[in-house]
Design a protein around this ligand. Sequence first.
Ligand SMILES: Nc1ncnc2c1ncn2[C@@H]1O[C@H](COP(=O)(O)OP(=O)(O)O)[C@@H](O)[C@H]1O
Ligand SMILES: CC(=O)N[C@@H](CCC(=O)OP(=O)(O)O)C(=O)O
Length: 253
Amino acid sequence: MLVVKIGGSLDGAEPLVRDLAHHEGELIVVHGGGPRIGAELEARGFETRFEGGLRVTPPEQMAVVEQVLTQLGKELADRLSQLGRLSVGLSGRDARLLRAEPLDERLGRVGRITAVNTSLLFALMSRHLTPVISPIASAEGGPLNVNADEVAAAVAGCLGEPLVYLTDVPGVLADPADPESRIPVLDGGEAEARIEDGTIAGGMIPKVRAALLALEFGAPWVMIARGEPGALPQLLAGQVGTRIVPEKISREV
Ligand SMILES: Nc1ncnc2c1ncn2[C@@H]1O[C@H](COP(=O)(O)OP(=O)(O)O)[C@@H](O)[C@H]1O
Ligand SMILES: CC(=O)N[C@@H](CCC(=O)OP(=O)(O)O)C(=O)O
């Protein structure tokens, strides 16, 4: 089994969706939707801002966030199903799939995952149905917006399964402006140092932190790679992407 998180930056990437549909083996898909949420909020006259890569979500914006993510999940599940992989679009509000608590009141309706209903996921997979999860969680006082990278980490961690983040860059880059500067293996210490010095920025901050969290929760391995056709087999062969590890040790021979 593999947990795959598809970034909102890959919205509409048909070749990738085909690859996922034809992937041999069980998949759980978690999707983002940042760019589409941003566009919809703007169209409705809302301003949006991020703190540490997380969208500050005032209560009056929550319905828009949920609508956009729900529609995206349904579209993705429908497309995978049409391509032969029967899939079910869910959010964390279905059967309490994802429970959360508010992260910080200054961020509004942004949540931190506290529990995952893994039996719902097993029930679907036992009937050969692929879960497609939108990052909205169930909570006291209404739903919470959770960063999709964190949702994927919680799901993979709770299941003890590997996690792949598919995004629009070839991995974590030493120089974000240079796509050739992929870091093949990144550990927690170096990740925090690079966040501190600014070479890891924007949406890569929650992704790298979530990857470390997934390992802490129990995922056996985590990779960040570009969501291009052929990515999954190449990545499983260790040819592309950045592998996130808690600590690096040097191998001496
Ligand atoms: N050091 C870095 N290496 C790679 N990408 C980085 C780095 N620092 C910032 N980024 C930015 O992070 C983005 C990926 O995060 P995000 O846009 O949230 O993706 P997704 O929608 O796939 O979750 C990249 O497109 C890039 O602009
Ligand atoms: C709290 C928070 O930041 N939630 C995210 C949820 C979607 C997401 O994570 O989408 P990407 O994977 O495309 O970034 C948001 O509102 O954008």
